[in-house]
Design a protein around this ligand. Sequence first.
Ligand code: NAD
Length: 478
Amino acid sequence: MAKMWIAGEWQDSASGDTYDVINPATGELVESAPKGTREDARRAIDAAEAALGAMAESTAEQRGQWLDKMIELVQAHKPELARTLTMEQGKPVGEAANEIDHFLHGLHFYAGLASKVRGSYVPLPAKGTYGMVMKQPIGVCGGIVPWNFPITLMGTKVGPAIAAGNTIVVKPASTTPLTTLKICALLSEAGLPKGAINCITGPGGVVGEELVENPKVRRIAFTGESATGRHIGEVCGRMLKRVTLELGGSDPMIVCDDADLDRAASMASVGRYYNNGQACLAVKRLFVFDSVFEAFMDKLAPRVKRLKPADPLKPDTRTGPMHNRTQRDEIQAQVEDALGRGAQAVVGGQRLEGGDFARGNWFAPTLLTSVPDDARIVVEESFGPALPVFRVKDLDEAIEKANHTEYGLGSSIWTRNLSHAYKAADKIQAGNVWINSLHYGYDEMPFGGVKASGIGREHGPEALEYYFETKGVVIAVS
Ligand code: NAD
């Protein structure tokens, strides 16, 4: 049975309660985990608070070295960690290994940045007086993480939090606690104070809520659904607590008439079907210029047909099960709603059942055309392997439709026309615009959303700023 990682030790829930973590491919038990309570969360928060004094003694260079050491420790266990991630999350084991690599790359970025932080010197008008702007750690941080990329999205919080000299309590999604617990324990072996990194498991509404409400936690970094983010934003507002919210998306991809259609089709299939479509930044609405629509679909449809869902533990599997039944039922309802309103399934369109798919949560990779603009799959965030493709007459129509959503996370345009590319970068309402490219989770670039996709940024030096307080100091030398 898994245990929580609190104050540098494995600990059970004070209640003794546990819950089962289920394998999405087989429906079987992977392992049970502690069903944490508010009391458990408070123990972890207290441990993180107690570690602040020792963290304050560390130098920025030392924190960078700890992050480097963490990379070594996790690297040594990568194959077994990837396997655990596949068993609890469902993603193919190759994607799980990629996720761990990406996590390590993120730590590497902040390891290098830890000692590069600058404050400033400010000349003041009064004679013999000058100012300093200091950057100081905020204190205890709470990192709340979803199930779709549990490890990289834990890293986007732990990396900058530690680099800046904070301590952290991580709360993974209830369904994906196992790899996170193992990694948090490994990270803690890097030499940093006991209690600097803690991991608590259990229901978001209980242990997560305690993290958000507890006044000892001074900063919340949340990734998850927009509805949960709204709630967390409200509580943090009331508590005057620093918060960043990385939320849902409905990313548009625009394919112009002058695009490299082969490359655009290839990237659309990766962009929608990677992690079985369960990604905030997945391509969720595809707009193709009328004049190249058929040519483009002739390239995309065979690619989608070639995606064959299979056992995610097999090294050559590219598509696994969906993470859980709720998720599978949701995408099925969205696809059925579109089909019921006149959409056509060019590929897939239904659940996979029987034989290898008799257990677990499977859905056929799906490509839809003639989808009405008010269909659920267009209006809501769709979190599964189904892609609606729309005809547009020109760029203006594409941008207008791209912006016709409450979300604004990522977006992309495929064109060789510089004016088109610039117009898209300028006019699409999103935190990110990728031109002839998609997001590979660059740790160097700030990433985040506008509108209902969130507040604040992760990745890059920009994200590190959210883990510091800025203090103004005036020195008068008489
Ligand atoms: P979710 O909102 O259900 O849960 C996210 C986390 O919040 C989990 O750890 C959960 O236990 C916790 N939680 C739930 N209720 C809480 C509460 N009241 N207080 C504190 N914590 C609480 O999201 P999910 O279903 O796990 O993840 C999928 C969503 O995440 C999608 O909408 C996706 O687009 C979004 N996402 C966004 C990004 C981004 O960077 N913008 C990245 C990945 C996923």
